[in-house]
Structures are given as C-alpha cells and as structure tokens.
Design a protein around this ligand. Structure first.
Ligand code: GTP
Ligand code: MG
Length: 307
C-alpha cells in the first residue's frame, strides 16, 4: 500500500526533517511550505486542495513553539496530520454507514438502489461485485441490472460475477435501452423482495454529451439512493476533472477510488473529496472481491506521513 504514496511520503520525510531541526520564523516558513505545496501538486493532489493544506499547515505551525533541545518532529507531524485531515474531513462530516442506510430503506419496504458511474475501465463492474460480497456478508440480497448494453462483452462479464456471487442479473440485448434494464431490475427486486439493486453502466467520458444524456435518463427513471462515482487512482488529476464533471451533470453521492494497490502517485485520493465535496466511501486495493476497504481518513494520513 505504501507504494501508492511512495514519492509523496519520501518528500514529506525531508520536509519534516527540515522544519523540525531549526527554529523558523513565520517568514522562513513560507518558502518551505510553498515547496511542500509543490510536492503535493507534483504528486497529483489538486492545486486548491494542496494550497488549503499549506494554509492550514502554516496556521498550525506558527502556533507551535520550538523548545530548544527537544525534538520538534512529533509536533510537526501532528500539525501535518491535522492539516491533511482538514481536507479529508468532508468524509467524516457526511460519513454515512452504507449498511445502516440500506437497513433504513429496507424498513420502508423498498429496495435500495445503487448506480455505478465513471469513465471506461475504472472498476465499476468489479466494484459492484465487491460491494455485493460485502452486502451478502451483511445478509442482504442483491440483483444486478446489466445496464451497460454498450461495450462488447460487458453483459457476460457481469454475468460471471452474478454466477460466482449467486445473484440474479437482469439483462436485455446489447444496444438496448439501459434505463429499461434498470427499471426491469427494480421491478424484479420489488416483486421478489430483494434488498438491493445495483445498476452497472457503460463507461463514458465525462464530455461525451450523448452518453451523459443517456445516463441522465437512467438516473431519472431509476431514482437511485446512491450514485457512486468510481475513480481510478492511476488517472491522477484527471480523476478530479471527471468527478467534478459527473457531479455537475449527473450528481454524485459518494466516491470509490480504485487501484490504490498500484504505484499511482496517489494525490487524487487526497483531493477528490475536497474538490467535489462528496465523501470517499471505499477504496479498491486489488482485483478480488475482498479487496475493498471502508474509507478512513486516518488511514490515508498514516500512509502519507512517514513514521
Ligand atoms: N489492481 C486493481 N485492479 C482493479 C481494481 N478495481 C478494478 N480493477 C481492474 O480494472 C480492470 C477494469 O475493471 P472493470 O470493473 O471492468 O472496470 P469498468 O469501469 O467496469 O470498465 P468498463 O465497463 O469498460 O467501463 C479489471 O481488470 C479489474 O480487475 C483495484 O482496486 N485494483
Ligand atoms: Mg464495466
């Protein structure tokens, strides 16, 4: 996992060393913090998020008095920890527990509807299978809507997951109307008393107007309880652009960042929630069903700041 933030962590290490070893005035602090902001931007933290971390850090550090003969390192690390947590806080504020949300909706006697969103190949289909495994562990039943009627092989791919997980998949033919598939799956869930409907959608670039319109129709007709944007940690800053555009056009409720097991620079994981003001719900850290981690801001901070 430390592969993900490897370069960022290395840079943090030298920052902590520089700032801890001598007493610095507020004036001395500025160029050092500017360098740290640059380091974060180079590691794909969005610019405004990196700048905010810098401002927060300066505020934390000016109140921190260096006591001679004492190692300032733990206090600098703590200041850094708090500054980074402040941009991840979006998550803790609005953090909702998906399992209790589903229970609430179940108590209302209707299925909980989830729609997977994102550009091509980010992990939408894989993540819905992972989520299903999690839901099954919590004793919920699931039905899949194969609403990616666009990409060749997509229905078979989802069908394999459905078979492995023992869930029903509602599918039409390729080229069919994705919204109709979603509606069929919801009808199925309602008539069979299934707890959760997960709608797979075709990957689409955020600037493809026709495909985004098609998605709007899926959303309008299926009225999901949760629209999850799936972002690929390897896509770096582009994830911020994608997530912002999907949020503007469609509206997203939460984010899953996948492929954090790769050697991506990782900055997008730090800034995507701040940029969209939507929480990261889970992280994907591998290809198998159990490779899904509930998002915890403290975990991110522990990975970014070296011991
Ligand atoms: N290493 C790693 N690979 C992942 C992760 N999540 C998904 N993948 C892989 O990424 C590839 C694409 O995953 P899909 O689930 O097919 O992505 P998608 O968004 O549904 O793709 P389209 O339907 O083509 O838009 C697959 O090979 C997955 O196994 C992850 O967290 N880590
Ligand atoms: Mg897919």
């Amino acid at each position: 996992m430390s592969k993900l933030f490897g370069r960022l962590q290395q840079g943090m290490k030298s920052f902590i060393k520089r700032i801890s070893t001598k007493e610095l005035s507020e004036k001395d602090l500025k160029p050092i913090i500017d360098e740290l902001v640059d380091l974060m931007v180079q590691n794909e933290v969005g610019i405004s998020t990196a700048e905010l971390i810098g401002v927060n850090l300066r505020n934390e550090l000016v109140t921190l008095e260096h006591t001679r003969f004492k190692d300032a390192r733990p206090r600098v690390k703590e200041a850094l920890r708090r500054s980074i947590l402040s941009v991840l806080d979006i998550n803790t504020d609005t953090q909702f527990d998906i399992i209790s949300e589903i229970k609430k909706v179940k108590a209302e006697g209707r299925p909980y509807i989830i729609c997977m969103l994102g550009i091509n190949g980010t992990g939408k289909t894989t993540t819905m299978a992972k989520l299903t495994k999690l839901f099954q562990k919590n004793k919920f039943s699931v039905v899949f809507a194969a609403a990616d009627t666009y990409r060749a092989g997509s229905i078979q791919q989802l069908g394999k997951h459905a078979e492995k997980l023992g869930v029903r998949m509602i599918a039409h033919d390729y080229g069919g109307d994705p919204a109709a598939v979603a509606i069929d799956a919801i009808d199925h869930a309602e008539s069979k008393g299934i707890d959760i409907v997960i709608i797979d959608t075709a990957g689409r670039m955020q600037n493809n107007v026709n495909l985004i319109r098609e998605l709007e129709k899926v959303i309008r007709l299926s009225e999901p309880d949760l629209k999850i944007f799936i972002g690929d940690a390897l896509a770096g800053n582009d994830v911020i652009r994608q997530a912002t555009q999907f949020n503007d056009d469609i509206g997203i409720d939460g984010i899953v960042m996948t492929k954090i097991d790769s050697d991506a620079k990782g900055g997008a994981v730090i800034s995507v929630a701040h940029a969209t003001q939507k929480p990261i719900l889970f992280l994907g850290n591998g290809q198998s069903y159990d490779h899904l981690i509930k998002f915890d801001p403290e975990f991110i901070v522990s990975q970014v700041i070296p011991n």
